[in-house]
Design a protein around this ligand. Structure first.
Ligand SMILES: *Cc1c(COP(=O)(O)O)cnc(C)c1O
Length: 410
């Protein structure tokens, strides 16, 4: 029996399998692509499984820090042993309650998305007798011209519009409880190629330097985001970034002559590159049918298990393909949900699969379970199996169940 079939027999189907050796390899590769002075944040959004997150903190080389955007991710990071004092809490719409939970847990660094966000961070910090270090997230007025992946300078819930930031300096620096310590730029996800990535970083660094010069704001931490790419639910390898280290160092030398001494500390962020290729989704063919000449393979995993965010279009285009290159038929891969939208791949070349066969969808370690429509149709979540060196580390599943809730005390 194949390894896949054996895992499915023992742990059920659908089944996510994460290989921690591959998580480690991805961290090593990304670290090697970046200047060694750079800090690296792991964005738990990509995969908050504590064993996966822990693998990015432990082992050889400098550990990743946690980039968090909810109290659930905070709990996952703490469970994985991350130091909350090194974490960065990001995202629009941070409520006072969640900020308080984060501050109580020891988080001290926040990315501020607006004046109101900065005021709430400061107020909560003050109420807890601390001062919060705040990065101002920047929505740059123009992007790197050659990127072509994303609209730049668009209105957004994210960050301060770069062109108005200089006028806000007095207001921003007088918020009690909030100390501005740097800038946060995250203009791009899943860059098309290395040239786009480099161009975007060069542009971000020029923007940050200009803002530093025009505002005089302190710059101790400069988070330049990411954009490191990874294949999603299709066969293929992570890109190799050969030139990035040299190009990024050169751009930093140009704008921030003391960066190598940590002034400012430069940080990057990644989710998908670090964990994408560590995971595969194993599922099973439940039915094979032909309708008006078209063939459908009905799987036990649909958009409740993978790619429920595909509606976001270009960020998560879903055209899943199994990890085999023997093509014997053209068919659509569909899930079990009662909606015609439950399609993992439309009319793709597939191996000869029949009822009961296990299908392995590769590169599903990022934006898998938690980026899916987990509760839609009320099916159980897939089991998540974690392996290292071929041995099982853990097997568990997320659960969603109804619990009674009374009115809150105040
Ligand atoms: C989602 C997100 C990331 C991770 O993006 P990937 O494309 O998975 O690397 C990093 N930083 C911020 C602020 C994000 O919102």
């Amino acid at each position: 029996m194949s390894r896949h079939a054996e895992w499915v027999r023992r742990y059920g189907s659908p089944l996510y399998v994460y290989d921690l050796d591959r998580v480690r390899a991805a961290r090593r590769d990304l670290r090697a692509s970046l200047p060694e002075e750079c800090a690296l944040f792991y964005s738990l959004k990509a995969n908050p499984h504590p064993d996966v997150a822990r693998a990015l903190r432990e082992g050889d080389g400098p550990p990743c820090r946690a980039e968090l955007s909810s109290t659930g991710e905070l709990a996952a990071a703490l469970a994985a042993g991350y130091d909350p004092a090194q974490a960065l809490y990001t995202g629009p719409g941070k409520t006072r309650a969640e900020l308080a939970e984060a501050v109580r847990a020891g988080v001290r660094a926040f990315s501020a998305e607006s004046v109101g966000d900065l005021r709430r961070i400061g107020a909560v910090a003050t109420a807890h007798g601390v001062v919060a270090d705040c990065l101002l997230r920047v929505n740059s007025a123009a992007g790197h011209a050659a990127t072509g992946i994303r609209m730049t300078g668009a209105p957004s819930q994210f960050g301060f519009d770069s062109e108005v930031l200089p006028d806000l300096v007095d207001e921003l620096t007088s918020v009690p409880g909030a100390r501005i310590t740097g800038l946060h730029l995250f203009p791009l996800s899943n860059a098309r190629d290395e040239a786009s990535l480099v161009g975007e970083f060069q542009h971000s660094l020029a923007t940050a330097a200009r803002l530093r010069d025009r505002t005089g704001l302190p710059l101790r931490l400069l988070d330049i985001g990411g954009g490191f790419a990874a294949p999603y639910a299709v066969p293929g390898a992570r890109p190799v970034y050969d030139k990035l280290r040299v190009e990024l160092s050169a751009a930093l030398d140009l704008h921030f002559p003391h960066w190598r001494a940590g002034d400012p500390l430069v940080a990057c962020e990644s989710g998908r590159y670090l964990v994408g290729d560590s995971g595969e989704l194993l599922c099973s063919v439940v039915d094979v049918k032909v309708s008006r000449g078209r063939r459908f393979l009905v799987l036990d995993a649909g958009i409740n298990a993978l790619g429920g965010m595909a509606g976001l279009g270009r960020l998560m285009p879903l055209a899943a393909r199994p990890d085999r290159d023997d093509v014997a038929q053209v068919a659509s891969l569909v899930g079990p949900l009662c909606t015609p939208g439950d399609v993992l791949a439309r009319e793709v070349g597939l191996p000869g699969l029949g009822v009961g066969d296990v299908v392995a969808i590769p590169n599903a370690g990022a934006y898998g379970v938690t980026a899916s429509l987990l509760a839609f149709l009320s099916r159980p979540a897939p089991v998540e199996l974690v392996v290292r060196g071929g041995h099982v580390v853990s097997a568990s599943r997320l659960r969603h169940d109804r619990v009674p809730v009374g009115p809150s005390a105040d």
